[in-house]
Ligand binder design. Structure first.
Ligand code: FO1
Ligand code: 5AD
Ligand code: SF4
Length: 330
């Protein structure tokens, strides 16, 4: 059993739910023209960031549908906000978060090397779920979920030395062998570049009104087994993350999970809106005798390596001191 498990305190900002993909399990995405299709504006986002900062959050998690720019209605909305590309907008949002006192972590789906280069100095870490290396029906309408495309972007992030979060989605039609292969691919990329800080083992949650509404979620036993396989396959300096709003974390900690990801006191999990975040007291109750420790959205090993831009060094220091992390983490 580990001595402690970690989590970060974040605000979840669903910047746009317009997306070029159609993943069979997703309720985050909306078609252009749907009443709930949206692109959040700066003043809405500023309010969420300020509220989060006051509540003691350290991370601004910016989540996007993938390449919304392929959807013409989105481009018009973006232009109304005064931007001609998503990456330009993300860059301004990251700057705003930093100004307010939160460390940006962006997951916008697939990005090019050029886009990653622009966002690297403004993000403390970035993320993209590999999901799986298997070719699955769940992804048949999602060009951005082609395993080779995902692997290429995660490798590019490695070349650029961006502290990175990835993971697999468990129970979307893949086999146990597929899970092992996916985890081995992630392990290999980390051995080559050293950038993976955490690997999320995310259990698929069936959602009403999606093509996979009747597809069974993975059992607890399968999740326990997958976490322990992940712990075996992944190098020791990579954390195994599970989501405490989706599954009882204690049984997975026993199997090798060491991180509970971002938890938010002020926003919902927009990907799993039905699954409420436990608060920190509840979280400590869930992890029983194992000590819960707050962390930043960059892990200590990447701080030590200096894998962050000078834009962020003051903020890292302020948040470290404010939360008393120094003594515990280093
Ligand atoms: O609240 C959530 N946070 C999600 N996060 C946030 C994550 O838990 C934290 O941002 C990291 O642990 C960094 O501190 C993701 C981040 C990624 O880079 C990739 C995928 C996810 C998935 C989720 C998710 O489903 N729900
Ligand atoms: C941000 C991440 O959220 C995950 N994601 C999207 N939809 C679901 C769902 N129904 N259940 C669990 N995870 C989901 C995907 O893995 C995506 O990459
Ligand atoms: S999971 Fe991401 S890429 Fe897939 S449809 Fe939803 S928003 Fe788009």
């Amino acid at each position: 059993m580990p001595e402690f498990v970690t989590f970060s305190r974040n605000v979840f900002i669903p910047v746009t739910n317009i997306c070029r993909n159609h993943c069979g399990y997703c309720t985050f995405r909306r078609d252009a023209g749907h009443p709930e299709a949206r692109l959040m504006n700066i003043s809405e986002i500023r309010q969420i960031l300020e509220k989060g900062e006051k509540a003691g959050c350290t991370e601004a998690l910016f989540v996007f549908g993938e390449y919304a720019e392929e959807v013409p209605e989105y481009l018009l909305e973006l232009e109304k906000l005064g931007y001609s590309s998503t990456v330009e907008y993300v860059a301004d949002l990251c700057e705003l978060a930093i100004e307010i006192g939160l460390l940006p972590h962006t997951n916008a789906g697939i990005l090019t090397q050029h886009e990653l280069e622009i966002l690297k100095p403004l993000n403390i870490s970035m993320g993209l779920m590999l999901e799986t290396t298997a070719e699955l029906k769940a992804h048949s309408e999602s060009p951005g979920k082609a395993p080779s495309t995902r692997i290429e972007m995660i490798r590019t992030a490695g070349k650029l030395q961006i502290p990175f979060t990835t993971g697999i989605l468990v129970g979307i039609g893949e086999t146990k062998a597929d899970r092992k292969r996916s985890l081995n691919v992630i392990a290999d990329m980390h051995r080559e570049f050293g950038h993976i800080q955490e690997v999320i083992i995310q259990n698929f949650m069936p959602k009403p009104d999606t093509p996979m509404a009747d597809h069974a979620p993975p059992s607890k036993e399968e999740m326990i087994e997958t976490v322990s396989i992940a712990r075996e396959i992944l190098p020791d300096d990579v954390a195994v993350q599970v989501a405490p709003n989706l599954i009882d974390p204690y049984i997975l900690i026993k199997a090798g999970a060491s991180d509970l990801g971002g938890v938010s006191p002020t926003t919902i999990d927009w990907i799993n809106p039905e699954a409420e975040w436990p608060d920190v007291i509840e979280l400590q109750r869930m992890t029983k005798e194992i000590e819960l420790r707050e962390r930043l959205p960059i892990y200590p090993q990447h701080i030590k390596k200096g894998w962050y831009s000078s834009n962020l060094s003051d903020l890292i220091e302020t948040l470290t001191d404010k939360n008393g992390f120094k003594r515990k983490q280093q």
